[in-house]
Ligand binder design. Structure first.
Ligand code: 5GP
Length: 203
């Protein structure tokens, strides 16, 4: 376990300001993150840069910063990304560095929803973060989610299933595992790890 942060001192369970949420493909990380965005505006969610095409309904600057290869190259080269990874062998995704550092400097809880490779890189760069693995209730449940979403081709689905198998095996590297049996329950469990349930009263 990484060392507890200094501002966690006091009564009650330790609270970690930076939480990295990872887990297998289609486990519902994005849905859990969306729930947190809607119900816990005090929690800041990182917006990643990606080279993949927007899906219908996705908004530049809200869900992702959709950039081309040249722009992604520039961000990576200039050290503007805290981490980045090629996901599913297709598109690159990266966490813009400055917003995360600014939010943490303000003492605001921050959530990164990223893939396993990215989580490992953040662990090296920021070992005091809390690493949370979002797990499916079962493998079968995960397969149903992958097939059910229907946004990928059969070939893409096979690639994603392969990635998911490897990713499931990585659960033991994480500090905490949350089972996504219910989105709101899982999201509330996540938030309880990063927001003090009994904030100090104004004096
Ligand atoms: P999707 O294309 O379905 O939105 O996301 C594909 C995968 O990329 C998900 O596992 C998601 O967690 C991951 N991802 C999103 N943003 C980042 C990021 O900034 N860095 C890394 N390493 N992975 C990311």
């Amino acid at each position: 376990m990484p060392a507890q942060q200094a501002d966690d001192a006091g009564s009650g369970p330790p609270v970690r300001r930076l939480v990295v949420l990872a887990g297998p493909t289609a486990v519902g990380k994005g849905t859990v993150a969306a729930y947190v965005r809607e119900h816990h505006p005090g929690v800041w969610l990182s917006v990643s840069a990606t080279t993949r095409e927007p899906r219908p309904g996705e908004v530049h600057g809200e869900h992702y910063y959709f950039v081309d290869d040249a722009e992604f190259d520039r961000l990576a080269r200039e050290g503007q990304l805290l981490e980045w990874a090629l996901v599913h062998g297709r598109a690159r995704y990266g966490t813009p560095r400055r917003p995360v550092e600014q939010v943490l400097a303000q003492g605001r809880p921050a959530l990164l929803e990223i893939d396993l490779q990215g989580a490992r890189k953040i662990r090296e760069a920021m070992p005091d973060a809390l690493f949370v693995f979002l797990a499916p209730p079962s493998w079968d449940d995960l397969v149903v989610r992958l097939v059910g979403r229907g946004t990928e081709s059969p070939e893409e689905r096979q690639v994603r299933l392969g990635t998911a198998r490897t990713e499931l095996a990585a659960a033991e590297e994480f500090d905490v595992t949350i089972v996504n049996d219910d989105v709101s329950r899982a999201a509330e469990e996540l938030v309880s790890l990063m927001v003090d349930p009994t904030p100090a009263k104004d004096s």
